[in-house]
Design a protein around this ligand. Structure first.
Ligand code: ADP
Length: 430
């Protein structure tokens, strides 16, 4: 049983429901950059949230059966409404990952129905990250969605770049386009078109956006709209409606404490480079060999014994990151899933051990790895702080493992500059 906050003071304005964890962080990060104080929750919160302008609830509903996604999203909406939010944001993937069965259409329609509303705008556009929508067609960098790598995604292959058609295939209500010739005329023109479409019985308006100015105009047009369905881009245009402007206070976190550590389970090129830079800087690093885990070695105990002697002034790194050919060799021996979950489990247990030993500043590399570590630390919600590199903020989270709050940065594989592991701690110390 969950209960919503009852204190009228500092109630959040914007309630967000994200269909996956890293998408939630991406959205939260954009809201913070636009001046909002944001708390991100893993699943529906069990306690009140204070001093936040926006609350982002991260679900894992992108590819689960549509009925389950609807049930979870509506429950999240109910919690956010009880917390006092007056506007809602359903955050979907910037490549609009979905199928004819959903889950974007069914969830959006269920949220509209729950809110007693009949129309909302839809756009995954985020020009800064190479996602633009023109004449309803989604571009990923310079190519149409259907010519991008998403064409062959194992769960949600995206073979039609026309979002009006894609959305229509998974919705009961009508889908129309708010084209760029309207968007470029500004917020009033967009708002007028929204009202016209709603009056004509449309349920969704796919909005073209090819530049930040389009998103800012769209944001102003959304003042008073109950719901928006979008990638993280639209977030830059919403805080202005509440008189909120970018500020350093939005991302302010308490001073860091405790030892610094990096856990890296991502094997992406960017992360492998970050591991190399950390080692080349002469900082202590411990490599995890998945074959030793499979052979029964107590790798967790070995890593923690190594760390015991080193946790202190300098950051340390524990990593399983490896070159593609080494990963393939391990996967051939152990199986892809078995290798993955084995390594995730070990890194999560090491993360827990490090926090028990006083680590208070933790960087985790890898999307799945981050999920495993956050779970092992018992983290349920995080206040979003300053951005280290695009899409990756420092967060502040209470962990029952140490009975205190820690600083944690969760980096998905390909994000971050080569010196990410070093600059992250420098940013926090500044
Ligand atoms: P990314 O964000 O780069 O995709 P993830 O953490 O999501 O990173 O995924 C990396 C996966 O690879 C995890 O399941 C992790 O446990 C696994 N893994 C990490 N190191 C190795 C390795 N050396 N060999 C095989 N699998 C590995």
């Amino acid at each position: 049983m969950t209960t919503g906050p009852t204190t009228p003071a500092s109630r959040p304005l914007l309630g967000c429901i994200a269909d996956d964890f890293t998408g939630a962080t991406d959205l939260a990060n954009n809201l913070v950059r636009a001046g909002m104080r944001v708390v991100q929750c893993i699943g529906i919160p069990r306690q009140e949230i204070d001093n936040a302008d926006a609350v982002v609830i991260a679900l894992k509903s992108r590819t689960i059966p549509a009925a389950e996604a609807v049930a979870q999203s509506v429950a999240a909406l109910d919690w956010l409404r009880s917390a006092g939010c007056g506007q809602f944001y359903f955050k979907v993937c910037s490549t609009f990952d979905s199928t004819d069965q959903g889950n974007i259409g069914p969830v959006a329609e269920a949220l509209l129905a729950r809110l007693g509303a009949s129309f909302c705008c839809v756009t995954p556009a985020f020009p800064e990250n190479g996602r633009t929508v023109f004449k309803g067609h989604l571009f990923v960098g310079d190519v149409l969605l259907s010519d991008s790598g998403m064409r062959d995604h194992p769960l949600t292959p995206m073979r039609d770049p026309n979002l009006v058609r894609v959305m229509q295939a998974q919705s009961r209500g009508g889908v129309a386009l708010i084209p760029h010739e309207v968007v470029r005329r500004g917020s009033e023109a967009i708002a007028v078109r929204m009202r016209e479409l709603e009056a004509a019985g449309a349920r969704f308006g796919v909005v073209d956006a090819i530049a930040d100015a389009d998103l800012l105009a769209m944001g102003r047009a959304l003042r008073g709209a109950p719901l928006v369905v979008a990638g993280s881009g639209v977030a830059i245009g919403l805080p202005q409606n509440h008189g909120i402007a970018p500020s350093a206070q939005a991302s302010a976190l308490p001073a860091p404490r405790g030892a610094r550590a990096v856990l890296s389970g991502s094997c992406s090129q960017a992360t492998n480079q970050q591991v190399r830079e950390f080692i080349q800087a002469g900082l202590p690093a411990f490599a995890i060999d998945p074959l030793r885990i499979a052979a029964g070695d107590d790798v967790v105990a070995q890593a923690l014994a190594w760390a015991d002697a080193r946790l202190g002034d300098r950051p340390l790194l524990v990593y399983s990151s490896a070159a593609a050919e080494d990963v393939k060799a391990v996967q051939q021996q152990l199986g892809v899933e078995a290798a993955g979950s084995m390594v995730e489990g070990v890194l999560a247990a090491i993360g827990r051990g490090l926090v028990e030993r006083g680590a208070g500043q933790l960087v985790v590399a890898g999307g799945e790895t981050s999920g495993a570590v956050v779970q092992a630390l018992g983290v349920e919600q995080m206040r979003i702080g300053p951005q280290i590199d695009p899409g990756v903020p420092w967060c502040h989270a209470w962990s029952p493992v140490c009975g205190d709050a820690i600083h944690i940065a969760l980096k998905s594989g390909n994000f971050g500059a080569p010196d990410f592991f070093i600059k992250a701690f420098a940013l926090l110390a500044a």
